[in-house]
Design a binder for this molecule. Sequence first.
Ligand code: GLN
Length: 536
Amino acid sequence: MKFIFVSGGVISGLGKGITASSIGFLLKSRGIRVTSIKVDPYLNIDAGTMNPYEHGEVYVLDDGGEVDLDLGNYERFMDLNLGRDNNITTGKVYRSVIENERKGSYLGKTVQIIPQITDEIKSRMIQAARNSDADVVIVELGGTVGDIESMPFLEAVRQLGRDIGRNENALFIHCTLVPIMGTVGEEKTKPTQHSVKDLMNAGIRPDMIICRCKSEITDSAKRKISMFCDVDESAVISCPDARTIYEVPMILEKQGVADYIIKRMDLGPLTKKSDMSEWKGFVERIVNPKGRVEIALVGKYTALADSYLSHLESFTHAGAKLNCGVKVRFIDSDRFLSENPKDLLEGCDGVLVPGGFGTRGVEGKIAAANYARENKIPFLGVCLGFQVATIEIARHVVGLNDADSSEFNPDTANPVIILMPEQADISDMGGTMRLGSRHTVIAGGSKAAELYGSDGCDERHRHRYEVNIDYIDRLEAAGWHFTGRSEDGKRMEIAELDGHPYFMAAQFHPEFKSRPLSPSPLHFGLVKAAMAHKGL
Ligand code: GLN
């Protein structure tokens, strides 16, 4: 069992997740099996109860794990399907240890951070590694070296490195920032030196240092870092700002990162020669697309792009396949209540209403769906967006003026969206929704079948409410056809509107399974329809 540990220093938000994912991509492209683990030092058990403004979107896995968005990057770059055990949080670790203490499992011992907490961290990492068939496990340590919260994790990985025999079985990569001061472009290596000192204080000597920087760092700066931080010069790597995150594997490849790791960890003989040509074409089409469309994303967390990260990535993947750049215009849905939809959507060729919770912003989303429907602007509704589109059609096409979701108006006479029966007695908020992958049966001859194929699809879910089947006949008679349903036929999963170029919605989240070279079918459909709308 071999581990690569990726830590970060100087500042947060260095793109450690992209670096870890890119390294995984490079190893995988040579036939090495990889998996990854993300450590989040917060006390939440998982990301599920957090507002997207805290850490960005809540990413959902096949097994229903609600996890940090970095797991999305791992899945996209390494083309993997991970599980909830690939995200270790302080909350999960402490909960287990405290439960064990109550059971008396520690046989009268004093329970402490070292060894009980660190042992629990190590055993979770080893378990996640065993559950995969990977040759190499990449562990990304969230937070910044020096944070109080990160200390137990650093100690645990230090010990784990020692337990498995440091040399070829454990490799430590530290990501830092190399700022450039003033206009003369002098690179400052001091923050990196200090941060490596912090790491060494924790007993960890890095094997490789990856430096985030504006533009490639000079050989003399590399030499300096190599000298002061005691790392091979060929293991000091520049990671300059890229044109797209998908370019990062190519930047690292050029500097021999994978070759260094393979040699150092004795990962040969390799089963495959790395061939990046398909990936290069993908990156080229992102950077230099033939056409461009703009899509409005109407949501309530629009001040932070990371709240909708998987949608943005889905558009990038779809756009690359169609050779069309997709610009996303974030619009706070409340603005649809006081401003003219025509002005807000001026120049947009498509509208996406993503998922969401709670009453605020819902009426604005309904207004956006209404405008897109009446003006034949391509539209995609996802999860709450699916419910919103259904409410809009129930109100304005079927004629049920007070149609609503019982989530927003428990007293409505026409609850077209209702709580799922199995949710009725649930009071805990964490991990209790209808979560994870479920099969959807797709009706032949539908637009959904055109996009997904007629075998149906397995997409990820995260919701408590659903379409009320008492209204299906009326909605379908109005042209809103439920062309995707659960296997028992009782749960509505995909709907599409007659007589509109592209007005579709899904109860599931197609954005979570979009991959660089195989985009989410529904996002692909939206971008294609947006191109047609623009005359491309
Ligand atoms: N609030 C809605 C529900 O719980 C939609 C959830 C979502 O968009 N993820 O069903």
